[in-house]
Design a protein around this ligand. Sequence first.
Ligand code: NAD
Length: 411
Amino acid sequence: LEVPDRPIIPFIEGDGIGVDVTPAMRRVVDAAVAKAYGGARAIVWRELLAGQKAVAELGADQILPEATLAAIREHHVAIKGPLETPVGTGMRSLNVALRQELDLYVCQRPVRYFRGTPSPLREPEKVDMVIFRENSEDIYAGIEWPAESPEARRLIAFLREEMGVRKIRFPESSAIGIKPVSREGSERLIRRAIAYALAQGKPSVTLVHKGNIMKFTEGGFRDWGYALAEREFGEQVFTWRQKTALAKSEGKAAAEAAEKAAVAAGKLIVKDVIADNFLQQILLRPELYSVVATLNLNGDYLSDALAAEVGGIGMAPGANLSDSHAIFEATHGTAPDIAGLGRANPSSLILSAVMLLEHIGWPEAAERILAAMEATIGAGEVTADLAALRGDVPALSTAEFTAALCRRVEA
Ligand code: NAD
């Protein structure tokens, strides 16, 4: 990525707490960039309209203006606050529409623990994961029909009569959903996860799936993933599929020894785990996992569960990526219950901006923000969400927390 010293970065303010967290994010990023590069570099922010702000300024049919999409296409990166999808727009979700429009097939979510953050774990500092969630397929794609609709009835008749499905009774009230999972879709996601793990020197990539039950969709994801790892990354990886084959041919001890040797040789271990067991293991032994690749719906559940281990969705950043474009965004929504009250935690969006800075090759500014975040939260200076969980420190407003961060970024 060729980045000038004054790149234009488009941003969408977002609805609800967007008005609280987006200005906070810009303030912290500007301070970090100015300090890290002594004024030689600066971001030129360009506001793009979407959501309620676009409706208010441009009209009811302009919730996702073509000009906004065109600007993101042109600049390749953008950062956005949360967007509300009002009922009756004919859109299931504005955010999903944006992802589909730009084919942002990866949702990347780092899960990092900052000392001082309340956590249900005894040793939360052992949590250090990056989730790669497939963003375009799966039951999450929304191919479903309501109970008693003619479409559902027709599909059920087809399944019964043409496909020989007998195990399920399909009462009259059955709604039907479809779960598409393709080899191409799984491969491109898993390829990104493995390439990332190798580039970052991570120890493992874990494929999280329910292939024991959904053998062709979730099981396909696992099998295609292993095949891709061995075919495209060869000597750089050692897979549990290879380990299982070795155990069969040469015994369990030989297989264990081969994995140990692979680790010692610095190879990336590609393994898999069933999703329900994974949810148990991240509470009991989170240190077993590093980079995680998973399907869309699993990824949705896992990211919130993992976010809860490191302070909740106020602390959970994310990026939606294609091969050429990246939109950085907080994991949380518009938080209508606290919107405009100045109580929101801006960390999720600020940490998303950290990902953006790393993406454009400005790691010095990113590091500065991470260090300031660590020091501020470590000093017990936190917003209401974390203060309530801790119970031993007063809550700072969004503005006070942002000022505390900026002070440390500039120190
Ligand atoms: P939400 O994430 O907005 O809120 C869930 C809970 O978490 C609320 O109690 C909220 O106060 C709290 N919370 C969220 N972010 C916080 C922060 N930064 N600091 C402190 N507390 C925070 O989820 P929801 O209520 O289910 O959804 C509300 C709206 O957001 C819906 O319209 C939904 O469509 C939209 N949404 C948008 C996105 C997105 O833009 N990517 C994602 C999820 C939901």
